[in-house]
Design a protein around this ligand. Structure first.
Ligand code: BG6
Length: 513
C-alpha cells in the first residue's frame, strides 16, 4: 500500500522528461488524490533557478484547457508542496546539502514519523551511476523506505547494460529499484493480460495453430528534430524496439502466470524472451527518412553527423522457439517521421464502409505516435469460400485506445456472400465517462506502493539485450561494413520495401487494406 510521509525527489528536474512527463504525472496523481497525504516533491538539477522559475517550468505541460477553476486551484497548491534545490551530480557536498534540505523539510512536515523517500532519476545515462551512488551514500533515509526510479537507456548492448546494472546494484537492491519502461504503464498494455487470460474464446486461439503472424507497430509522425545528437548514438532499435515493443511482445506471448504477483508475471516474461534467438540480419529492414512534404530529412538536422547511416526506421522479425509459437513470425516495426493517416479519410457520406469507426478517430490525433498490435489469424480451410479475408484481432495502444476483431459476416441481403466487418470496442465510445490514466501516473503510483509488476527486472533486461545485440553490432559496423538503410519520405508510411517484407512473413491484406 501507499507509504505516507513520503518525499519524492526528482533529479533532472530542469530537463525535458521531467517537464513533459514526470511533473505532469505527479500533478495528475495529486489532482486526483492518489499521492500520500503530506507528500512533498523536491526538484533537483544543476541549473540555478529560483522557485518561481522552477514552478513555471514544471507546470508548463500541465493541461487545463478550459481554465477550470478547481484545477487552477490545485495547480497552486501543487506548487506549494513542490520546491527546488540546485546542485551538482558528482560531488559529495551537493548531496550533503540536499540531505540537510530534506531533513529540514521532513522535520517540518513529517515530524516524529518515519521518513520515506522516492528518488526519481530523470537523467542522462552519463550521470545515472554517480547520482545513484551519491544518493545512497548521502541521502538515504535511515528510518523509512527508500526507492529509486530509473529510466532507459539501460546501456547500449548486453555488456554495457550488465556494467550499468552491476554499478547500480552496488548501491541499490533489486527490491528498491524500479526500472521504467513507460509502455508497461499504458492502459492497453495492461489490458493485454486481462484480454488474454480472462477470455477463453481468445485464449483458445492464441497459438501457432490459429495465428499466422503478428505485427507490433509504432509510427510517429515527427522526426528526431532537436534530439538528433542523442538519437544518432542510439537509433530506432534502442529507442523503441528493444524496450517498448519487446515488452509488448513478451506480455502478448508469455504463458499464463500463476498469479498477478510481480515475480510471477516477470518470471513468465523472462521465460518467453529466453525462447527468442538473436535476430537474423535477413529478418531485418532498415530505413532512414529523407526530406519530403516540406519537412527536412534526417540528415538535414544539424545535430546529426553528415552521412550518418543511423536507422530511423526498423522492421525486424522475431521467432519464439517454444511449443506455442514455433514458426509464427512476430514483426516489430517502428519509424520516426512516419504516418499512417495519409490514406485514411472520413468515409464518404451515404456509402457503406467496412472500416471500423475507430480508424476515423485516429485522424484527429496527428501529433501522437500510433501504436498497435495486429494479430492475423490463418486462412479458413478453403472449400465453401474463396478468397475470404482473414480474421484479425487488433489492439490499438494509442491514440484512441481500441480493441477490434475483424470478422466475416454474411452481407445482409438475398444472397450469400461473406463480408469482412468488425466488432469494435473503441474506448472513447464505450467508456466515454472514464478518464484513461497516463502511463507515468500509473507507474509512479505503483512505485509509491512498492509494486514491481510493471517495472523491468534485471534478468529481463539481459535477455532483451541478447536478442538485439548482434544486429546492433552489425548496424554499427562492429563486424564489417555498416549496412545502408533504404530511404523513405518524411510523412510516408515507411519504406516502400515494407510491403514485400511483411508479405514474406505471410501477412495478407484484408479486403479493406
Ligand atoms: C521514448 C522514446 O521512450 O518513447 C521517444 O525515447 C518516443 O523517442 C517515446 O517518442 C514514445 O512514447 P509515447 O508514450 O509518446 O508513445
Amino acid at each position: 500500500e501507499l507509504k505516507e510521509n513520503t518525499v519524492i525527489v526528482v533529479f533532472g528536474a530542469s530537463g525535458d522528461l521531467a517537464k513533459k512527463k514526470t511533473f505532469p504525472a505527479l500533478f495528475g496523481l495529486y489532482r486526483d488524490g492518489f499521492l500520500p497525504t503530506d507528500v512533498r516533491i523536491v526538484g533537483y538539477a544543476r541549473t540555478k533557478m529560483d522557485e518561481a522559475e522552477f514552478h513555471k517550468r514544471t507546470t508548463s505541460y500541465i493541461k487545463n484547457p478550459d481554465n477550470n477553476e478547481e484545477i487552477a486551484q490545485k495547480i497552486e497548491t501543487f506548487k506549494q508542496i513542490s520546491s527546488y534545490v540546485s546542485g551538482g551530480y558528482e560531488d559529495d557536498p551537493s548531496f550533503q546539502n540536499l540531505e540537510t534540505y530534506l531533513r529540514d523539510l521532513e522535520a517540518k512536515t513529517h515530524k516524529g514519523k518515519e521518513h520515506n523517500r522516492l528518488f526519481y532519476l530523470a537523467l542522462p545515462p552519463s550521470v545515472f551511476t554517480p547520482v545513484a551512488a551519491h544518493v545512497r551514500k548521502n541521502c538515504y533515509s535511515a528510518d523509512g523506505v527508500n526507492r529509486i526510479i530509473v529510466e532507459k537507456p539501460f546501456g547500449k548492448d548486453t555488456e554495457s547494460c550488465r556494467e550499468l546494472l552491476t554499478a547500480l546494484k552496488e548501491h541499490w537492491s533489486e527490491d528498491e529499484t524500479f526500472r521504467i519502461d513507460h509502455y508497461l504503464g499504458k492502459e492497453m498494455v495492461k489490458n493485454m493480460l486481462v484480454l488474454r487470460f480472462a477470455n477463453i474464446a481468445l485464449n483458445a486461439a492464441w497459438d501457432k495453430n490459429s495465428i499466422s503472424n503478428v505485427q507490433i507497430t509504432f509510427k510517429e509522425p515527427f522526426g528526431t528534430e532537436g534530439r538528433g545528437g542523442y538519437f544518432d548514438e542510439f537509433g530506432i532499435i534502442r529507442d523503441i524496439l528493444q524496450n517498448h515493443l519487446l515488452q509488448v511482445l513478451s506480455i502478448l506471448t508469455m504463458e499464463r502466470p500463476v498469479s498477478f504477483a510481480a515475480e510471477d508475471i516477470r518470471d513468465e516474461k523472462v521465460k518467453v524472451l529466453r525462447a527468442i534467438p538473436p535476430i537474423e540480419r535477413s529478418d531485418t529492414l532498415l530505413g532512414q527518412y529523407v526530406s519530403a512534404n516540406g519537412k527536412p530529412g534526417y540528415l538535414d538536422d544539424d545535430t546529426v553527423p553528415k552521412n550518418s547511416v543511423c536507422p530511423t526506421y526498423a522492421a525486424t522479425t522475431l521467432w519464439i522457439n517454444n511449443p506455442r509459437w514455433e514458426g509464427v513470425p512476430f514483426i516489430l516495426k517502428a519509424g520516426k517521421g512516419t504516418s499512417s493517416f495519409l490514406s485514411i479519410r472520413f468515409p464518404p457520406l451515404l456509402q457503406p464502409t467496412t472500416l471500423p469507426i475507430s480508424h476515423y478517430s485516429s485522424t484527429l490525433a496527428l501529433n501522437e505516435a500510433k501504436v498497435e498490435v495486429r494479430i492475423q489469424f490463418k486462412d479458413v480451410t478453403q472449400g465453401i469460400f474463396k478468397d475470404i479475408s482473414r480474421n484479425e484481432f487488433v489492439i490499438r495502444i494509442q491514440p484512441s485506445e481500441a480493441v477490434y476483431l475483424k470478422l466475416n459476416t454474411k452481407a445482409p441481403g438475398l444472397y450469400t456472400r461473406a463480408l469482412p466487418t468488425e466488432m469494435d470496442l473503441t474506448y472513447k465510445r464505450r467508456f466515454s465517462e472514464t478518464k484513461i490514466p497516463e502511463a507515468y501516473e500509473s507507474l509512479i503510483l505503483d512505485a509509491l506502493k512498492g509494486d514491481h509488476s510493471n517495472f523491468v527486472r534485471d534478468d529481463e533486461l539481459d535477455v532483451a539485450w541478447k536478442i538485439f545485440t548482434p544486429i546492433l553490432h552489425w548496424i554499427e559496423g562492429q563486424d564489417g561494413p555498416r549496412p545502408k538503410p533504404v530511404s523513405y519520405p518524411y510523412g510516408s508510411r515507411g519504406p516502400k520495401e515494407l510491403e514485400a517484407f511483411i508479405t514474406k512473413y505471410g501477412f495478407k491484406r484484408t479486403q479493406e487494406g
